[in-house]
Write a protein that binds this ligand. Structure first.
Ligand SMILES: [Zn+2]
Length: 232
């Protein structure tokens, strides 16, 4: 027994985080019941057409929500530019995307980002996939050489074609998540923003995602980046 005790302790130590994580996601799924009976927003993808000159209010709401619920800092929202890897306009040109700094090389950051992505794409109690993303009006997520998009919603986080030799970590989205909104989300017209979720839901989610449950967002300027202008 003496010999097996350390091993058992080690096993318990190793199992606790996974068990807690599974329980956390069960609670998260249960919390989505707050929206039960409410129509689930349909998948939608809106390409950027031109520079709007300002960030959208839904984007600011998402940025604020991230600040309340997950570790990390904003790297910006609005930037009148084309996507780095092509000629089409970035969603940042219409102020419809948030770049959220978390670094895949840091285990805590990587875990937080992965939890966040899983939360966005988790099914609700009725088994409807990507419920939170749909309710928030999220149309694309890019993180760590993976992309999810409402253009292929059932594909999950699929390989991001931009990644490869000579591509910067920023382009590979290994130092930040890119979270883009469709126009309904950007205008705060999707269900997540229209229906005030119970405070309990937000507190539980904050715990699940590792945030503080209070405004932990550092202003982008404090981190040495230009406020309001996305650098990526
Ligand atoms: Zn971005």
């Amino acid at each position: 027994m003496k010999r097996t005790l350390p091993l058992m302790c080690l096993l318990v130590f190793l199992l606790i985080p996974q068990t807690a994580s599974a329980a956390a996601f069960n609670r998260l799924t249960a919390q989505m019941d707050a929206f039960a009976g409410r129509a689930l927003d349909s998948y939608h993808y809106d390409y950027a057409r031109g520079c709007t000159g300002h960030v959208q209010r839904g984007t600011l709401a998402l940025q604020s929500w991230l600040g309340h619920h997950v570790p990390g800092v904003s790297w910006g929202t609005y930037n009148c530019r084309r996507i780095r890897s092509g000629s089409i306009l970035s969603l940042h040109a219409e102020g419809r995307a948030v770049d959220w700094h978390l670094d895949v090389r840091k285990p805590a950051d990587r875990a937080a980002a992965n939890r966040l992505v899983r939360a966005f794409l988790a099914p609700d109690a009725a088994g409807r996939p990507t419920a939170m993303a749909r309710r928030m009006g999220i149309q694309e997520i890019i993180w760590n050489c993976r992309v999810w998009s409402t253009r292929e919603p059932a594909a999950g986080m699929r390989p991001y074609s931009v990644c490869g030799r000579g591509v910067s970590r920023t382009l590979e989205h290994k130092d930040h998540l890119h979270i883009g909104l469709n126009w309904r989300g950007a205008r705060k017209r999707t269900s997540f923003w229209r229906l005030a979720a119970p405070a309990k839901y937000h507190r539980t989610l904050a715990t699940l995602l590792g945030g503080q449950g209070s405004n932990s967002m550092q202003m982008v300027g404090a981190a040495g980046f230009e406020p309001a202008t996305s650098r990526v």
